[in-house]
Design a binder for this molecule. Structure first.
Ligand code: AMP
Length: 598
């Protein structure tokens, strides 16, 4: 029931006192976006005034925007590589941040094939926690009664390593789930999960998924929302159920736990949760053995009000499949965040995916916006970019996000392109357009054009002894299967038909391409099972010329035509598929270890 109107919020009547406070905070931050930004910048510059980085640019303790903007360069990850390497190697001096670097967060964005390392400080955890604490109060405005049941969320930790200097390096969510903020979170009736912490924190992805699914099935009538971080993760859970429902039903029937779950603390915890329930086991078997899995989510969890998954950006490709499995349940994209910094939240989370806008919270970092012109060649030293402040962005325009964080990133280009859709008070709201330079993505992997080119070059070396070369290629992220996989179309020039490459050789080419991919891709293949084997589809000679003819018939200029290195327009994919002469899949997993190569 909504609390009385005295504490009502312009966003709507809060569900409880705690929500009222959170909504008031959102109002306060967004009403005063510019002054909050000014204070944040001043705080960051004061806190870090004696760091090597700020001293290098002779900021002389200035904390105002003009000095900051005139003295500090806009940078990308590669510009910080030397400083980051020193920190990783154990240099504890105040290089980027006055506060000690507590750990590195490993981004899914890569540099030279390895995850980018983002230095972070302890207090950033509080800031992330603060953003999380705003999500349910907003959701409760749109979906009443979420305190009457539970959330089935598939959440996972990933492997962590240490840098040569001894700092932990791990993904931001792993850091969060392992923190006391998460592990000892106070009971909140609006935020009860079916998964026990032991299941979420189990490092083995099979055991973790198995027990989370088991708990979700056992609590099926109480589940009011089903989620994962990204859409691909939720679909992986559905696939897991397809592969494991027999064993899961067996466990439910007998109230015992599959021997494949070996983690002692997880076994102990599940021992207390599991109860024999033959009727539920019968139900699960009945539903899962049906030929069609259409609407399976709502069949098994009939009280689900929405799916809580990100379906913006690269994840939009999964919307039709999610709709199929859930009978078109609403898909809530609640927040926009990264390893570098958590940015903001969606104030209208039940809107259609195409209408999702994220409101950047001005207290999280200092934000600047680089006007994005897809046709410009970029900027040079002589023509530095003109960055715009948070409150000065214009509706309809696209910008690249640039951040200055408490942890010491200064005027750092995140690589995301955003379009302004409106304002909440004086805080702008952004549609996530895309991440720069990403050609292919299935899960959290991001492969750019240069990486794909290199992979094709490396693989095509295997064709030399067959006097064969790759004359043209393009690619496609095939998400019709779960997990999805990369498809690479090759047009070959075979000079000696009697000695053309065999299926075996082309399979090895698939594997060679996978070995060339960045570590996030290889981790997805090896550890997370979130990406399926890469496939090469060899097309008939002349196919790429047809592709060009098609593009020209649709208005492309013949002089400027370039072969697209990734295709997703259905008629083009269909054209390519209709010319396929053979298909080949990677026969093995590429190499991957948690350790970094450099
Ligand atoms: P990572 O550094 O691995 O944490 O990845 C962060 C990146 O994921 C962001 O910079 C975005 O490109 C992408 N991302 C995060 N949240 C969203 C969202 N809600 N919608 C679309 N893309 C997102």
């Amino acid at each position: 029931m909504a609390v009385d109107s005295a504490i009502s919020s312009p966003l709507g009547p809060p569900a409880c006192e705690k929500d009222a406070k959170a909504l008031r905070f959102i109002e306060e931050m967004t009403r005063n976006a510019d002054s909050v930004q000014e204070r944040v910048l001043s705080d960051i510059l004061t806190q870090n005034s004696q760091t090597e980085y700020l001293r290098r640019f002779k900021l002389n303790r200035a904390t105002d925007r003009d000095s900051f903007k005139s003295k500090l360069p806009v940078i990308a990850y590669e510009d910080l590589q030397p400083e980051i390497q020193r920190i990783a190697n154990g240099d504890r001096s105040a290089i980027l941040s006055a506060h000690p670097i507590s750990e590195f967060l490993t981004s899914s964005g890569t540099s030279a094939g390895e995850r980018k390392l983002m230095p972070t400080i302890k207090e950033e955890l509080d800031r992330r926690q603060l953003l999380y604490s705003l999500l349910m109060p907003v959701m409760n405005l749109y979906v009443p009664g979420l305190d009457k049941g539970k959330g089935l969320y598939f959440l996972f930790v990933k492997s962590e390593t240490r840098t040569p200097g001894g700092l932990l390096a791990r993904p931001v969510l792993t850091s969060y789930y392992k923190s006391e903020h998460f592990k000892t979170r106070p009971y909140d009736p609006y935020n009860v999960y079916t998964s026990p912490n032991e299941a979420i924190l189990c490092p083995d992805s099979f055991q973790s998924m198995y027990t989370q699914m088991l708990c979700g099935l056992q609590d099926r009538h109480q589940v009011l929302r089903v989620g994962a971080v990204f859409a691909s993760g939720l679909l992986r859970a559905i696939r897991f159920l397809q592969l494991n429902w027999r064993q899961l039903s067996q466990d439910i029937e007998t109230g015992t736990l599959n021997q494949k779950v070996t983690d002692p603390s997880l076994r102990e915890c599940m021992g207390k949760i599991l109860k024999p329930d033959p009727e539920l086991a019968r139900f699960v078997r009945h539903e899962c053995s049906k030929e069609s899995w259409e609407g399976i989510i709502t069949r098994i969890w009939p009280n689900t009000k929405y799916l809580d998954v990100i379906v913006t950006g690269a994840m939009a490709q999964y919307i039709p499949t999610l709709d199929y499995y859930s009978g078109g349940l609403p898909k809530a994209c609640t927040m926009y965040a990264s390893s570098e910094c958590y940015f903001g939240l969606n104030l209208n989370p039940m809107c259609k995916p195409s209408e999702v806008s994220y409101t950047i919270m001005p207290n999280m970092a200092y934000f600047e916006f680089l006007p994005h012109d897809p046709n410009s060649a970029g900027f040079t030293r002589d023509s530095p970019p003109k960055l715009v402040d948070l409150v000065d962005v214009e509706i309809g325009k696209e910008y690249e996000l640039v951040i200055t964080t408490y942890a010491g990133l200064c005027r750092y280009r995140v690589g995301d392109i955003l379009r302004v859709t409106g304002f909440h008070n004086s805080a702008p709201q952004f549609h996530f357009v895309r991440r720069k330079n990403v050609l292919l993505s299935i899960d959290s992997d991001k492969t750019d054009e240069a990486e794909l080119q290199k992979a094709v070059e490396n693989a095509s070396r295997l064709l030399r002894e067959f006097n064969t070369s790759v004359v043209e290629y393009t690619s496609y992220a095939d998400t019709k299967t779960i997990p999805g996989h990369y498809v690479i179309y090759w047009e070959l020039l075979v000079k000696d038909a009697a000695n053309s490459p065999t299926d075996d050789v082309l399979k090895q080419c698939c594997l060679a391409m996978e070995e060339s991919m960045n570590s996030v891709y290889r981790q997805g293949r090896v550890a997370d099972n979130s990406i399926g084997p890469l496939e090469i589809r060899v097309v008939k000679n002349g196919t790429f010329e047809e592709l060009m003819d098609y593009a020209i018939s649709r208005g492309a200029s013949i002089n400027q035509y370039k072969v697209p290195r990734c295709v997703n327009f259905t008629p083009i994919v269909e054209l390519l598929d209709s010319r396929v002469v053979s298909t080949h899949f990677s026969p093995a997993l590429p190499h991957w270890t948690p350790e970094r190569r450099r």
